[in-house]
Write a protein that binds this ligand. Structure first.
Ligand code: JJW
Length: 448
């Protein structure tokens, strides 16, 4: 038997996001976001699912916080719905929307749980999309206004903030691959959106320093690790290109103040041009307090002429995948974390998301999700190894507290450590919930 033991400094948490859990889409003055529009357009989301009700956490947040309390987490990561608090995208605040988050934060603090707020978890107000969305630089100004309003409202009590969640998804997956809202397939649009998201991040960091000088702020890029299939230069190059797209494109500007030249040229060959205005890179590269890393999966990468823009074909390392079809690659988590330190230096890191999709149902009042426990053990072992290798890890936040609306995959794909019945909204703690609770309490777990 081997014991993996963590120090008391490591913070534990659980995460959710507004559109995925809140529901109450038409209540108390909330306006539609791009995800309302996208999910209500046939063909975009599996089974025609949408977030109108989701987990009904807008009404059940006290019950959810009770689950968090008993879980024993130090922090809860959630996101604010921009269109709930600022329905017109800019301008006046919706008091009822603001009141909801004020109550949520109060309830968390009363239970001694630290709130960590994500400002942008993909639900852009539709009214801004109607004016070009993130392709339009006016949205950067709107985001700054929204962020400032939130810092002023909540910065007194909430000290941990994330500007943008998974900018790769919000730009390329959404505007080039067409899989997420707004569902475009336009490389130029995606390149513009990626740069504007990062610039908006920079603007928000700048405001944050003024308004919440004692707080910490970062952003949360996602990484899927690509390990070269062979020692062939072709495979090595293919993986490098694949990683440039996910990693360097979204991290070099923040930590080095530049975009990777190789990728700029590759986009140019496709007639997509990076348009930077004076001052953008200075804004983007302002120091941040931590990097949030979302890690789920990784693969072997092999050069393949016809495999997309980057000619990299992904091959699962072994034959186990989670129920969403993502290969399990816990060693890639260790590799990604140690690589980040080598590339960008000793930046404090929160694991802002890690978790697994398994669709177990309730049987005799129980959800036996042993596969999820195994996944968490493997990934926490990699995290432990990364800490031993000198990577500064501030916290680990599991995705997700609840089964929820898994974007284009709808409700069928379950990531929660708590099961949700989407007809009755009944919550049932899974075995992984109890395993995680025990791990947090003891600060250790055993591998047998
Ligand atoms: C990639 C699939 C074709 C969320 C992707 C689809 C097809 C080339 C989970 N993280 O629900 C990535 N999630 O809200 C944020 N992360 O392409 C939180 N990444 O590719 C979770 C989906 C995702 C994806 C989903």
């Amino acid at each position: 038997m081997t014991t993996i033991e963590f120090s008391n400094e490591l913070k534990w948490g659980a995460a959710t996001a507004s559109y995925q859990i809140e529901g109450a889409a038409h209540e108390d003055g909330r306006s539609p976001s791009i995800w309302d529009t996208f999910s209500h357009t046939p063909g975009n989301v599996k089974n025609g699912d949408h977030g109108d009700q989701a987990c009904n956490s807008y009404h059940l947040y006290k019950e959810d916080i009770q689950h968090l309390k008993e879980l024993g987490v130090d922090l809860y990561r959630f996101s604010i719905s921009w269109s709930r608090v600022m329905p017109e995208g800019t301008g006046s605040l919706n008091e009822k929307g603001v009141a909801y988050y004020r109550s949520l934060i109060e309830e968390l603090l009363n239970h001694n749980i630290k709130p960590m707020i994500t400002l942008y978890h993909w639900d852009l107000p539709q009214t801004l999309q109607d004016r070009g969305g993130w392709e339009n630089r006016a949205t950067i100004v709107a985001f700054e206004e929204y962020a400032e309003a939130m810092f002023k409202e909540f910065g007194g009590q909430v000290k941990s903030w994330i500007t943008i969640n998974e900018p790769w998804c919000a730009s390329f997956l959404s505007n080039y691959l067409g899989i997420h809202a707004p569902g475009k397939k336009d490389l130029q649009a995606a390149v513009d959106v990626s740069h504007h998201l990062l610039t908006a991040h920079g603007k928000a960091v700048q405001s944050f320093r003024e308004i919440v000088p004692d707080g910490e702020i970062g952003y949360a890029p996602n990484i899927g690790w690509l390990e070269p299939f062979s020692a062939d230069v072709e495979d090595q190059d293919a993986c490098r290109r694949g990683m440039l797209w996910q990693k360097e494109w979204f991290m070099d500007p923040v930590f080095k103040g530049s975009y990777p030249e190789e990728l700029i040229l590759l986009f140019e060959k496709q007639n997509a041009f990076l348009k930077i205005e004076e001052g953008d890179l200075e804004l983007i590269s302002q120091p941040i307090d931590f990097m949030g890393i979302n890690y789920y999966t990784g693969s072997l990468g092999r050069h393949q002429e016809n495999a997309g823009l980057f000619q990299v074909e992904e091959i699962p390392l072994d034959y186990r995948q989670t129920d969403i079809g993502w290969p399990i690659y816990a060693d890639g988590f260790y590799k990604a974390l140690t690589d980040l330190k080598e590339t960008y230096g000793d930046i404090p890191i929160y694991i802002t998301e890690n978790g697994a999709c398994y669709n177990h149902g309730v049987e005799d009042g129980k959800v036996n999700d042993q596969e999820r426990i195994d996944y968490l053990k493997q990934h926490l072992t990699s995290l432990y190894r990364a800490i031993k290798a000198g990577v500064s890890i501030k916290g680990y936040i599991v995705w997700s507290l609840l089964d929820n609306f898994e974007w284009a995959e709808g409700y069928e794909k379950r990531f929660g450590i708590i099961h949700v019945n989407f007809e009755t909204f009944e919550r049932t703690r899974k075995e992984s919930y109890y395993w995680y609770k025990n791990t947090i309490e003891k600060q250790r777990f055993e591998i047998t």
